[in-house]
Design a protein around this ligand. Sequence first.
Ligand code: AHM
Ligand code: MG
Length: 332
Amino acid sequence: MSDTHMPPLHEFLTDPSRAERLDPALVSLVETIADACRAIANHVRYAAFEGQSGAAGGTNVQGEEQKKLDVIADDEFARICSDVPRLAALVSEERDEITWLKEPEEGDYLVYYDPLDGSSNIDVDLSVGTIFSICQMAEGDRAEVLKSGIHQVCAGYAIYGPSTILVLTTGTGVNGFSCDDRSGDFRLTHADLTIPPTTSEFAINVSRYRHWDDAVRVYVDECLAGETGPRNRAFNMRWTASMVADVHRILIRGGVFLYPSDADNRDKGGKLRLLYEANPMALIAEQAGGKASTGLTRILEEVPQSHHQRISVILGSSEEVTRLEEYHQRQG
Ligand code: AHM
Ligand code: MG
């Protein structure tokens, strides 16, 4: 493919032939987030040389051990985004409080982000990423950040793997932009990403089997039964323990991702966070033709009660998500 078929991010976002006309302020915000992701990718890449490997020695507001790179990525993201004129607030997985940048006004933007998702993978040199979600403030919103996912105007992630890829939706389809390390440009390399409705691959942390609800157990048991089981075919399983990597694989070759609430995490609502992880990945999944559910309800319609709220997540190929919803309904 020649360069003419790989427009840089700015050209893609402002292309007059695209179905959607984006607010120039949103374009500038997305480009700034891309800058932040490029900077974080470099920190990840050079961590060993800069003494940035390992634990930071503290825990975040959710009681999880913070890696040095969690803290660095959070600071870098906030620093780079803090000068965007119409950005009212940053809501970070790593911060207890919301960071207000200005007096909020109608039309201003809110950014929710997980600066370094899958950070348990850093020290073993597996893929990690940054996840983000953007909402716009409506009339009379004032300091309201607890919006359900249907209000997202943009969602995306950057994966820091063998290459750095920014995957984005602004509400009409999903596209991926690889970072050319020689120029620093993000260029369209993965146009119109779609998740096929049918799959024979699932992703779940099977070590939690003993905690799962019957619906999830039955589903996985049936997949594992293979050709002679009720699904009449062999299923493959993958688990990276980095949601960005697991979702990225599903966007590239299909599959279903599960981090359900279970007997061990139900008191917290689940493991993954609604605003920083579930909502952006749910919008991406839906925009790619897939589905995203708690098992009983559509993730994007969940009304958040607090900004660090956790939730059950099942997303990916639509036939599998629908099947899992049926098993959950049957379970009651
Ligand atoms: P993090 O945001 O603290 O990195 O935690 C979220 C991660 C997800 O990326 C991943 O799907 C999950 O936690 C892995 O959990 P487990 O350690 O149970 O496999
Ligand atoms: Mg995370």
